[in-house]
Design a protein around this ligand. Structure first.
Ligand SMILES: NC(=O)c1ccc[n+]([C@@H]2O[C@H](COP(=O)([O-])OP(=O)(O)OC[C@H]3O[C@@H](n4cnc5c(N)ncnc54)[C@H](O)[C@@H]3O)[C@@H](O)[C@H]2O)c1
Ligand SMILES: O=C(O)C(=O)C[C@H](O)[C@H](O)CO
Length: 245
């Protein structure tokens, strides 16, 4: 039985790893010994300095806009090996902006289309490494959150993509799985957590009675990428304190 969570000598890339959930996942792989790269949207790692939930110490940062598939392919050519790819990029629009087609397209581009761009760009390296791809969707894949048609549809799409790539690429040696976070305290959810009334309503819906943390997501990502999950394919694990129940 191989119960090690030791990723020494492995290379990981976490898209969106410079903040929030992606950062929690990147730090988990860093702690487990991996050589960790992160992609984000700001010009340099220094632009995240001092921001809550952004620890880039020891992580190799590059600015890559993953909604540009050519930029993704070009950046991927800079890698000679990749064992673990985590796709944690995401965005959401408020004030009904997702009901207008421009807003809808913008969100789908980042939350769904870019997943395929990244996965395709790294397929060959992941196959050569018999590696692992982890897609971060959301419990919004399973229940509608008000006012976010593009967010919810893109997350349901991410869930479907995880199953489909899981099936299609298992034979290539790549295990594809997903994490569906519930409600995690990051800047994406500040609109809710920063409002005491909304925060209280949210907490009432979570059986364990607390928000999730990026570290909660990191622990599950380590498991999914490890040999302990060697027979887990195409699955999305809800990591939500019981929210979807
Ligand atoms: N916070 C939650 O409660 C929650 C719940 C469920 C799912 N999620 C999902 O988790 C993921 C991470 O979100 P988060 O909460 O950590 O928020 P976040 O805003 O901290 O993270 C989003 C990340 O995506 C990156 N990103 C956005 N657009 C990009 C682009 N065009 N190119 C490259 N990178 C881009 C950002 O740099 C950022 O690091 C998202 O997919 C989000 O939908 C979050
Ligand atoms: O993915 C989720 O469920 C989130 O919590 C992210 C968003 O903040 C929320 O869905 C928007 O209403």
């Amino acid at each position: 039985m191989d119960m090690r969570l030791d990723f020494t000598g492995r290379t990981a890339l976490v898209v969106g790893g410079s903040s929030g959930i992606g950062n929690g996942i990147a730090l988990a792989f860093r702690t487990a010994g991996a050589d960790v790269h992160v992609w984000g949207t700001r010009p340099s790692a220094a632009d995240y300095a001092g921001e809550e939930g952004a620890d880039l110490e020891g992580l190799a940062y590059d600015r890559v806009d993953v909604s540009d598939a050519d930029a993704v392919a070009a950046a991927a050519r800079g890698f000679s090996r990749l064992d673990i790819l985590v796709l944690s990029q995401g965005t959401v629009l408020y004030d009904r902006a997702e009901f207008a087609i421009e807003g809808f397209r913008k969100v789908v581009e980042v939350n769904l289309n870019s997943l395929m761009a990244c996965a395709a760009a790294f397929h060959d390296l992941l196959a050569a490494a018999r590696g692992s791809l982890i897609i971060v969707s959301s419990t919004a894949a399973f229940h509608a959150t008000r006012g976010n048609p593009a967010y919810n549809a893109s997350k349901t799409g991410a869930y479907g993509l995880t199953r489909t790539l899981g099936q299609a690429w298992a034979g290539d040696g790549i295990r594809v799985n997903g994490i569906a976070p519930g409600f995690v305290d990051t800047k994406l959810t500040r609109v809710t957590t920063g409002n005491p009334r909304r925060l209280e309503q949210t907490l009432r819906q979570i059986p364990v009675g607390r928000l999730g943390t990026p570290a909660d997501m990191g622990h599950v990502a380590l498991f999914l990428a490890s040999p302990m999950a060697g027979y887990v394919v195409g699955q999305t694990i809800s990591v939500d304190g019981g929210l979807v129940l």
